[in-house]
Design a protein around this ligand. Structure first.
Ligand SMILES: [Zn+2]
Length: 398
């Protein structure tokens, strides 16, 4: 199982300079290859293949305009080309429906002011040294030994190392490690959870033993989101090319990181709790809750949802927990979990309703979570008033 370990890195001034140069080279290689593909496409010529682009890169290093590409390690440059191919493959698969989930756009040119990254593979001569005490060092060709802060040691040698400079100027190293899934003994309690990701709350969770809970978004997330919106407005008011614009952009990046970290931390804790305390977890495959919202709010919500789902799936493997993903076509908010009668979509502001068929009072989010449990086959609907479903619906906790 491939796992990512991401740590904050502290390159020295000299290393930052060398990394800047490397990021610039990776960006140029990516953008050159993208331009070559696009101009071929516009001219109706065949799209250059992976090996042709790679050969073009080798040739470019001998020209005066691109000679500086030879000054950095060649592995990250090749990885940049590989990234471009992946981006195109994702784009085409998404367009033809082979790739599920949110639509992937065509690759775009990389900008100097955005997040920068360079990836080294194992064969690039990368070395990792972790003497303990929270410090680690990664040796990168032509950069040197870069220090990072490690919260826990890597379980095995990494298959690749990505150096990242976020838009706010912070550096990170991200290791990909192939580690065997370990099953924790003793086995987790024999309980199943159905999760519905909500709009106002982060999630409504119903357990097959009849307990249930709603998990809030962290209190301080809202204020950090307000801070981000404020920084974005301030940025949009600055003049193009001005020094203030640079400063404002940096502030947007910092605000962005704070929102991301807060949300990630919260998701991480929820995912860990779910896999620790349950034998099986059922989730919706895709967020369908946000159809009526604005595009921006929806994309944020979807990104959060897919992170939460990924974290649950990743952690579940380590705890021997089964994750059931139910199809997005399951109308979880349109069906009464008690009797199974489908009485149509309800506006988002309807939080509670009475089933016209069986008279149950239904909380929108809990009802959806029970429907998720049902669709995963983790509880049964014996009849209108009995069986485990009604236990889940009637339980009153917290
Ligand atoms: Zn009903």
């Amino acid at each position: 199982m491939l796992k990512r370990y991401r740590y904050r890195a502290y390159p020295t001034g000299e290393q930052q300079h060398a990394l800047s140069q490397l990021f610039g080279c990776c960006r140029v290689v990516f953008n050159d290859a993208l331009a070559a593909r696009e101009s071929a496409r516009r001219a109706g010529r065949p799209i250059p293949s992976k090996s042709e682009l790679s050969a073009a890169l080798t040739a470019a290093k001998t020209t005066p305009e691109r000679a500086w590409l030879a000054e950095v390690s060649s592995v990250p440059l090749q990885q940049s080309l590989a990234d471009l191919h992946r981006a195109y493959a994702n784009f085409f698969d998404s367009r033809t429906g082979k790739r599920k989930g949110r639509k992937v756009g065509a690759p775009r040119f990389k900008k100097r002011t955005h997040r920068q990254s360079a990836r080294f593979t194992r064969n690039a001569g990368v070395g990792v040294l972790e003497p303990g005490g929270g410090s680690g060092f990664v040796r990168l060709p032509k950069i040197g030994r870069v220090r990072y802060e490690s919260s826990r040691p890597l379980p095995a040698g990494p298959s690749s190392v990505t150096v990242i400079r976020e838009a706010d100027g912070r550096h990170y190293v991200s290791f990909v490690v192939d580690e065997p899934a370990r099953v924790v003994v003793p086995a987790p309690p024999a309980r199943a959870a159905g999760v519905d990701v909500g709009l106002t709350d982060l999630a409504a969770i119903v357990y097959d033993d009849g307990t249930r809970e709603k998990v809030d978004n962290p209190r301080w997330l809202r204020s950090k989101e307000r801070g981000l919106a404020h920084a974005q407005r301030a940025y949009s008011r600055t003049m193009k090319g001005s020094r203030n614009r640079d400063k404002a952009r940096r502030r947007v990046a910092v605000a962005h990181r704070k929102v991301r970290e807060t949300r990630w931390d919260h998701h991480h804790k929820l995912a860990l709790r779910l896999v620790r305390e349950n034998q099986a977890v059922a989730l919706e495959g895709l967020s369908v809750a946000g159809l009526a919202r604005t595009r921006v709010a929806k994309s944020v919500h979807d990104a959060g949802w897919s992170t939460l789902r990924r974290l649950i799936v990743e952690k579940a493997a380590g705890f021997g927990v089964v994750v059931h993903t139910i199809g997005r076509w399951e109308p979880t908010s349109q069906v009464c979990a008690g009797c199974g009668v489908r009485d149509g979509a309800k506006p988002l502001d309807v939080r509670v309703w009475v089933c016209a068929s069986c008279g149950l009072v239904l909380d929108r989010d809990y009802n959806a979570a029970v429907n998720v449990l049902l669709a995963a086959g983790l509880v049964e609907r014996v009849n209108a008033c009995g069986g485990s479903v009604s236990v889940c619906l009637h339980a009153r906790t917290r």
